[in-house]
Design a protein. Structure first.
Length: 94
């Protein structure tokens, strides 16, 4: 079982307000506790990274949902299944 902070995660500015992003944005969990500060070489990458991190719990769940009903019918399906399994394992630190 993964021990990550459960979603939804929110992108907040340095004052704790939800968007617009003000450098450096912070990620907060469901309980509004800060889990990380996102910084980058420029605001565009910083904001994009913050949104990607915020989407991570939902992306992980979507991958798991996909795998629960997935059946391999073609070689492309097999590749997709293996990639999705790898992504899930990576997200869970395995």
């Amino acid at each position: 079982m993964s021990m990550h902070t459960p979603g939804p995660l929110r992108v907040r500015d340095k004052d704790g307000d939800v968007i617009p992003i003000d450098a450096p944005p912070a990620m907060t969990g469901y309980d509004r506790r800060e889990i990380c500060i996102v910084s980058s070489w420029d605001e565009e990458h910083q904001e994009a990274n913050a949104y990607l991190i915020a989407a991570a719990p939902e992306l992980l769940e979507a991958c798991k949902d996909l795998m629960s009903g997935f059946s391999v019918k073609t070689q492309a399906d097999e590749v997709l299944m293996k990639e999705t399994q790898w992504i899930i394992a990576k997200a869970e630190g395995r």
